[in-house]
Ligand binder design. Structure first.
Ligand code: TGC
Ligand code: FAD
Length: 395
């Protein structure tokens, strides 16, 4: 007898596919096929070598993974927020680092340029970012200010038709391979400004950070600015203050809430198949109650996460997804995926720690995803503030 999950391709236990449009399903299937043919065969090797598969940037652009919900006029996909989410899910089924390549380019670089830059800057950068001709990165975190970006000490000094930028940014996805960076820094009055900085400008450097055991197929670096002359035309004219970068984070966190479901599905699928084939004590380990407890709890949590993501998508399409609702989904779904990875790893026993299966790589990746774009605890405090009205961050 085939199980219910076998009957639903992709382990869609509650029939969430029925809530999706033809366009969503087409986008999902196209990205799923691309990941299967371009990512899955090479990802273990890149992760093992701690090397970024930079050749995939072009392919990501071709499947429309950069800015799927940004207007087509500027090179975006012109689709809705659910399409964006489901594309992130399929990318992260391959690897969180591949999803990161798309999250940063689309949500943290193209989105702020689309939303806050001048028309001239939009026309200059967006089509080339959408096509993968230019790669971008996003500089918010600093060595001494991670969870609390309001404390940032990078500064700009007014110098006539330009600003002089000084400071450094830490943990910046793609910075060593990027052509440009969206950077956030304070002016003399303490106001936070956003700007586009090209990497080959005098005074900009982006050394890589080595030694990561997580997100190994994604390249991470610093951004160092020493008296960099930033023309005023490159400073976003329409946004001031921390809400600029935080609005970009909302967009990217939304994508992560969907994305990590893909990593969880890949782990669950691997564990389910393995448990039916692996014989111990003369029967498949899937027949033991303790294995079934793990599998049953995994598919329950995945299903809840799928429904949460879908509902968040509906709210986002209506322009009604609040930052706190996005935080709840990011926190819940990343934690869910990490727990699914850990339980799947146990089901595979010793084989679970090898690179013959994707589980350990997903698990290590998800440790980063739990921390970046706001840590697990910061998102809890955002929910706490939202429901009590009392700020528990500090101060
Ligand atoms: P707070 O006073 O709460 O807010 C300042 C202003 O911003 C507004 N706001 C938001 N707007 C849009 N979206 C959001 N998510 C927003 N959150 C807040 C807020 O309404 C206010 O507006 P206004 O008009 O009153 O000025 O600011 P706070 O300093 O108290 O900070 C709150 C806190 C702790 C939640 C925030 O600092 C935070 O989220 N910290 C976490 C930092 C973080 O997530 N960093 C991520 C760096 S980028 C990254 O990790 C990329 S990984 C890339 C990859 O995928 O590889
Ligand atoms: P900290 O802020 O020092 O936090 C350390 C611990 O203290 C955490 O557990 C945290 O939850 C806890 N903590 C902090 N404040 C509180 C509080 N008030 N109450 C309770 N607990 C608290 N940033 C970018 O700008 N751009 C990028 O592209 C980017 N990419 C990244 C890629 C990777 C691989 C990684 C690891 C990080 C990346 N980041 C990026 C940075 C990321 O957003 C930060 O690491 C994250 O926001 C946490 O900051 P931190 O590491 O400085 O930790």
């Amino acid at each position: 007898m085939s199980s219910r999950t076998d009957r639903y391709e992709g382990h869609d236990y509650y029939g969430v596919d029925e809530l999706l449009s033809e366009e969503h399903l087409l986008a999902r299937d196209a990205v799923r096929a691309w990941v299967k043919s371009e990512v899955t065969p090479v990802i273990e090797t890149y992760a093992e070598r701690a090397e970024c598969p930079a050749h995939l940037f072009k392919g990501l652009a071709e499947i429309g993974a950069f800015g799927p919900s940004l207007p087509a006029e500027y090179g975006g996909g012109g689709m809705d927020e659910i399409a964006y989410g489901i594309i992130m899910q399929e990318l992260e089924r391959g690897d969180s680092g591949i999803r990161s390549m798309a999250s940063v380019q689309g949500s943290l670089v193209m989105y702020p340029i689309y939303r806050y830059a001048s028309e001239e800057q939009k026309r200059k950068y967006l089509p080339k970012l959408a096509s993968g001709e230019l790669i971008g990165c996003f500089g918010l975190t600093e060595p001494d200010f991670g969870s609390n970006p309001a404390g940032m000490i990078s500064t700009v000094r007014d110098d006539g038709d330009a600003y002089i930028l000084n400071g450094s940014k830490m943990w910046i996805t793609n910075s060593p391979v990027a052509d440009l960076a969206v950077v956030w820094a304070r002016d003399a009055s303490g106001t936070i400004l956003g700007m586009v900085v090209e990497k080959d400008w005098k005074g900009v450097s982006a050394p890589a950070i080595h030694g990561k055991w997580s997100l190994r197929a994604s390249i991470t670096g610093e951004l160092i600015f020493e008296d960099v002359r930033v023309p005023k035309s490159h400073v976003f004219p329409t946004v001031r203050g921390l809400k600029g970068p935080l609005s970009c984070l909302s967009k990217a966190r939304y994508g992560i809430a969907w994305g990590v479901i893909g990593a969880a599905l890949d782990c669950y699928d691997t564990a389910l198949r393995y448990s039916k084939e692996r014989i111990q004590f003369d029967r498949p380990i899937a027949g033991f109650q303790l294995t079934q407890k793990k599998l049953a709890e995994m598919i329950t949590e995945i299903t809840k996460a799928q429904l949460l993501a879908w509902r968040l998508g509906v709210l986002a399409n209506a322009g009604k997804a609040s930052p706190a609702q996005i935080s709840m989904a990011k926190r819940n779904n990343v934690h869910m995926a990490l727990e699914v990875a850990r339980e799947s790893r146990q089901i595979l026993g010793g084989m679970g720690i090898t690179n013959e299966f994707p589980i350990m790589r997903h698990m290590m990746n998800l440790e980063t995803v739990l921390t970046y774009e706001g840590t697990h605890d910061i998102h809890l405090l955002i929910t706490g503030l939202d429901v009590t009205g009392l700020n528990a961050f500090g101060g």
